[in-house]
Write a protein that binds this ligand. Structure first.
Ligand code: DGT
Length: 354
């Protein structure tokens, strides 16, 4: 099946309608790469300030490789999916050590770097180097499904989409064509309210012709995500409280947290907290009082985090390299999960009253 659009119409539309995003004024593969990494699962408007701060502080891939992961996580704090930051850091080291600091422009080498998948490889290589490789994100899948009238995004249909874009890219500007499809999906061919009357491709669009474009492609049923109760301890020693670093291979790895964890079946919140403190810190705590509870949603589950003020009884917590005692005014020096910032905000409003 041939793609029935005139790519020059799309490219013309793109050049006259694209949003002036900060990462669109450069072809620097480093800047395109970090922007694409930040944009995974994250909205453009959320990414912009993070991107600007990052490239201001770290203008080259080499500067990233010379920084430490804690400073990078601090720049990433609040953007979520922290594994992306860890991967980018490892990849920057490989680029410096194995490619003399030059980001490889061949698909196999670039795709071999940590955190680089098909989409990121296609986007960076086509935008920065003009290499004709598709960059197929959710927006592109939706635009193409509608053009072709695909109700289901099966693997078979995805292959048709990939091949159609690959064929087209060879004869047109790959950067503009790929970005044109993405921008059309972001601005016109949106999931909830497609603006077909403004679309340069509507004449040949099967979904438009059907009169009900929103049916293409059919949405997957929303997953019901599990909910966990989590307990956490704010343990005071004088005017400082105890924090520890989450282990690298856990979710939110490398960020700092209060000690605690998920409540198990049959446990009260207090029982769970005492168990977690014993397991994680080999520490018998005295629970003083509930501080607050907050709700937070991650992509795969949601939590209610119950925080308790605690103090050391007879035994003391033994500090280690991945733990620290910090004062309230030192919070900004560490990167914490968003859930913790909700707690800090609450406590700041209530003056951290015990
Ligand atoms: P496991 O067995 O690997 O699930 O570990 P648990 O039960 O120790 O639980 P953990 O710590 O992985 O899960 C707690 C969840 O709450 C996790 O999604 C991270 C989130 N969270 C956010 N802020 C904090 C915090 O300050 N402390 C703790 N413990 N968890 C936090």
């Amino acid at each position: 099946m041939q793609i029935k659009i005139d790519p020059s119409v799309l490219i013309y539309w793109y050049n006259n309608n694209k949003r002036p995003l900060p990462f669109r004024s450069t072809k620097d593969p480093y800047k395109i790469w970090i922007s694409e990494t930040m944009l995974q699962q994250t909205q453009v408007k959320t990414v912009i300030p993070f991107y600007e701060r990052w490239v201001n502080k770290l203008p080259t891939i080499e500067s990233v490789s010379r920084t430490n992961i804690d400073s990078l996580l601090k720049l990433w704090e609040g953007l979520g999916y922290y594994r992306r930051c860890q991967n980018f850091y490892h990849a920057s080291k490989i680029v410096v050590e194995s490619y003399k600091g030059v980001i490889p422009s061949d698909y196999e080498s670039f795709k071999g770097l940590p955190g680089v998948g098909d989409y990121t490889a296609g986007a960076v290589l086509s935008i920065s180097f003009g290499i004709p490789i598709p960059a197929i994100d959710g927006n592109v899948k939706r635009v193409m499904s509608r053009l072709y009238g695909f109700k289901h995004l099966t693997r078979y249909n995805e292959t048709i989409i990939y091949k159609a874009i690959s064929r087209t890219l060879k004869n047109y500007n790959p950067s503009d064509f790929n970005q044109g499809l993405m921008e059309l999906g972001a601005l016109i061919c949106t999931s909830e309210s497609p603006k077909c009357f403004k679309c340069p491709l509507s004449q040949n669009c099967k979904a438009y012709q059907s009169g009900n474009p929103m049916k293409y492609p059919r949405k997957k049923a929303k997953r019901i995500i599990p909910h966990f109760n989590v307990v956490a301890a704010i343990i005071w020693r004088g005017d400082s409280f105890y924090i520890q670093k989450r282990s690298k291979n856990k979710m939110l790895g490398g960020l700092w947290e209060f000690p605690g964890g998920k409540v198990e079946k049959g446990e009260t919140l207090e029982m769970a907290l005492l168990r977690e403190l014993k397991e994680e810190c080999n520490f018998n705590a005295r629970i003083l009082k509930k501080a607050t509870s907050i709700n937070h949603r991650y992509s795969h589950y949601s939590i209610t985090m119950h925080c308790y003020y605690c103090e050391e009884k007879n035994d003391k917590i033994v500090s280690h390299t991945n733990s620290n005692w910090i004062k309230k005014n030192q919070i900004s020096q560490y990167s914490f999960p968003k859930a913790n910032h909700k707690i800090f905000n609450f406590l700041n409003k209530h003056d951290w009253n015990l």
